[in-house]
Write a protein that binds this ligand. Structure first.
Ligand SMILES: Nc1ncnc2c1ncn2[C@@H]1O[C@H](COP(=O)(O)OP(=O)(O)O)[C@@H](O)[C@H]1O
Ligand SMILES: [Mg+2]
Length: 227
């Protein structure tokens, strides 16, 4: 059942949730394969299901039907704990809202996933990662005091610190002004080129979308066109 040529394989996936008004189909019949080291862009209007699809591909959430193979392993029949084991050290995330630990320094934030993985050299690796995003001089500053663009750079440093095989980014420039957003996009693609990471990027910004190797479009929970 595994397909080792692809980093992620999504086969006929649906996601249905119960709501007070009955069942809601968020995603329907999604099939999509992502190659290793590819930069795939998922576009779509707000509410089209982008974040839900990203969460399913990353194994953060359960699919309702279909199959997803993540890094050679089926995640459809796995528990949350087993899925977290598949992700550990292999998958990084960057979110629109940064999701840093407030009250902690930039360095402490980047060290977090390394420490969770039991890495003995967490501080050293985290510092290197902060250097790669040009923030080594801000390492001891509380992230609360950093600008939005700087906070997103910390979150990128945190995501790349574990040297993930896949980086998922959900509208990473959505909360930033155009110029800062451009810098963040440059940084993400530069690190991706340097490290050979597979990049799965959700955005509705056309300029950013163009930088991907391939774009797919979600409309009302369905993938449009050939994927
Ligand atoms: N757990 C849930 N329960 C009910 N509705 C949900 C749930 N998760 C997402 N939705 C709905 O599904 C649709 C797609 O959401 P989302 O994946 O966040 O879209 P996007 O990221 O493209 O804006 C939205 O209409 C959203 O309100
Ligand atoms: Mg979203």
């Amino acid at each position: 059942m595994t397909d080792n040529n692809f980093c992620i394989s999504v086969q006929d996936v649906t996601k249905t949730v119960d709501t007070p008004d009955g069942e809601l189909d968020i995603l329907q019949n999604i099939s999509l394969k992502v190659r290793y080291q590819e930069a795939l862009v998922i576009k779509g209007a707000s509410g089209s299901g982008k974040t839900t699809l990203l969460g399913l591909m990353a194994g953060l959430d359960n699919i309702s039907s279909g199959e997803i193979i993540l890094l050679g392993q089926s995640i459809a029949d796995k528990t949350e704990e087993q899925r977290s084991g598949i992700r550990a050290g292999k998958v990084g995330f960057v979110f629109q809202s940064f999701q840093l630990v407030q009250g902690a320094t930039a360095l402490q934030n980047v060290m977090l996933p390394l420490e969770l993985g039991g890495d003995k050299n967490a501080a050293e690796i985290a510092l290197t990662s902060l250097q790669q995003v040009g923030l080594e001089t801000k390492k001891d500053i509380l992230v609360d005091l950093l600008s939005g663009g700087e906070q997103q750079r910390v979150s990128i440093a945190r995501a790349y610190a574990v040297r993930p095989q896949i980086l998922f980014a959900d509208e990473p420039t959505g909360n930033l002004d155009a110029k800062t957003g451009q810098q963040i996009a440059d940084l993400m693609f530069r690190l991706r080129d340097q490290s050979g990471t597979t990049l799965i990027l959700v955005t509705h910004e056309a300029e950013l979308a163009k930088r991907g190797d391939r774009q797919v479009l979600l409309e009302s929970g369905r993938l449009q066109g050939k994927s």
